[in-house]
Every structure is written in structure tokens, then in C-alpha cells.
Write a new protein. Sequence first.
Length: 303
Amino acid sequence: MTELQLAGVSRWYGNVVAVNDVTMTLGPGVTGLLGPNGAGKTTLLHMMAGFLAPSRGAVTLDGEPTWRNPAVYRRLGLVSEREAVHSFLTAHEFVLASAKLHKLPDPEAATRRAIDLVELADAQHRRIGTYSKGMRQRARVAAALVHDPQLLLLDEPFNGMDPRQRLHMMDLLHSLGDAGRTILFSSHILEEVEQVSGTVQVIVAGRLAASGDFRTIRRLMTNRPHVFVVRSTDDRALAVRLIGEASVNGVELDATGLTVRAGDYGAFTRALPRIALDSGIRVRHLLPEDESLESVFSYLVEA
Ligand SMILES: Nc1ncnc2c1ncn2[C@@H]1O[C@H](COP(=O)(O)OP(=O)(O)OP(=O)(O)O)[C@@H](O)[C@H]1O
């Protein structure tokens, strides 16, 4: 069984601390690495892949350090975020080049196997320049898989894909994970991680903010207090009614309207129309104030 371990891993660039004291263990199956832009996901993946030295701590694959360790490189594959331009090559040529770089005993057979795995056999002799974004990404996954690694790391593999391509890539990651490989993919989109992976590592500002079962973490995220901005035909009267409501934690009244802090999103959004109707008040404006992904993440960090 392949296990990737990070023990107290940090990485800084001058004064910037990109990754701060991260400890985690990854085993077989698909894990999502979730975090807002700039959280340190790419830095973390590059250290995992042995392309970047940790400033402190150690990354090991089954006990072997990944940094500058060719024996370990043979056991892992990385699909980086930047899309290299190989448009003049066919997928077959591109994957074959990767097989030869790995000095595989039968590069042709390995290429065939990898291309079949990502379901690109029909298009393999067409130039990559003629591919859709999703097909190009699959060609890159095939190149990273050609040496049959147990660990596959993917940096934002769904970026720029349309929903159909996304679904296809998700299926591919699932089947690789089900076959016993250890798959880690990064994303800044909550729903993406939810669809692919039951296990998630959340990274915020270089630190591991949460780790484990997606549903538990999701609950933590959605049960946080929600802030709404409300405007109505009679804000003061509405404020009086709202403060008596169990789902409401606080109400602020100012010249522009009401700011309502609700503990339970669903209960509040159901209660508001009922209260307004009962009191003959018309709600003109209702807007959740604080729903950016960053605010969800920062709540997790503070929690
Ligand atoms: N080579 C570098 N030199 C200086 N600072 C860097 C370097 N690489 C990354 N950083 C900084 O480290 C932090 C983490 O960057 P990183 O690219 O790892 O984050 P990320 O989560 O992958 O974000 P994104 O999805 O936007 O690429 C950022 O503040 C970034 O500016």
C-alpha cells in the first residue's frame, strides 16, 4: 500500500511563507486538496512530487524522502497546472516520449496502456493542437501515468473544462482511485471536490485548516453564522419581529436597512417571508453578505 506522508512541512520564499507546518498522510483512493488561490496548493504538490525541497520538515513516500530521489520519481506522476504546449505532437508521440524518458522496457506497450486508460485511443494519432481542453488534459494524465505510478498528483485538473469534460475527468480519477492508486488533486472549488472525493484536505494561507470526511467539513462550513442585508417597507418593525425569531442571532438597524445575523441559513430564509406576510411588511431586498469562498475558508480557519 502506498502512503505519502508529510511531517511538519514548511516552505518559504524569502519572507513569504507559502506552506506552514503541514502534517498529513495520504493513502489509496481519491483525496481533494481544497484551498483558495494562493493558499499554497501548488507549492505543496511540488514538494510532494520531489521537485521542490521543503524549507523544514520531510515528505516521504512509504518512508523514502521524495526530494531528489529518482527511485521515488518512478513511483509517482505529476500533472502540473500550467499547460505545456505540445500542440505539434500527437498524443501517442507525447505519451511515448514520456515512456522513453522513464526508460521503460517496452515504451510502446506502456503508451498503449496509458492511452487506453484515459480513453484517448481513437484520437491518439491526431495532433494535440486539434484537441479539446478536456482531451489535452487527458493526454497529460496519460503521460503522467505511463510508468504506472502508484501516486498521481494533479494540480487544478478541472480548470477551464466544460461540464462534460469535467465529468469525464472525474470518472477517470474515480477509476484510478478504485484501482488502488493514491490520487491527490487540487482545486479552489468546493463543489468540484465534493463530486470527486469523499476525503479532503483543506489548506488556507499555507496551513492545513481541516482534514477528513468531506461531509463533516461541509457541515462545518454551512453551519457557520450567515449575514444577510435586508431592506423592507418598515425596517424597524421587521427588526422587532426578527429578533424574536429563534434562527436569528442578531439584528442591526441603520439608515440603509437591516443587517441580520442568522445561525441557521435554512430556517431564517423560510421564516423571513412568513414574518413579513404576517406583519404586512414587504421585503424589497435580501442578499447574503458574506458568501465568498474566502469567507467560508477563513471561518474554517477561525473555527
Ligand atoms: N517561486 C516563488 N517565489 C516567491 N513566492 C512564491 C513562489 N511560488 C509561490 N509563491 C507564493 O507562495 C504562496 C503560495 O503559492 P502557491 O502557488 O503554492 O498557491 P496555490 O494555492 O497553488 O495558488 P494558485 O491556485 O493561485 O496557484 C503565494 O503567496 C505565492 O505568491
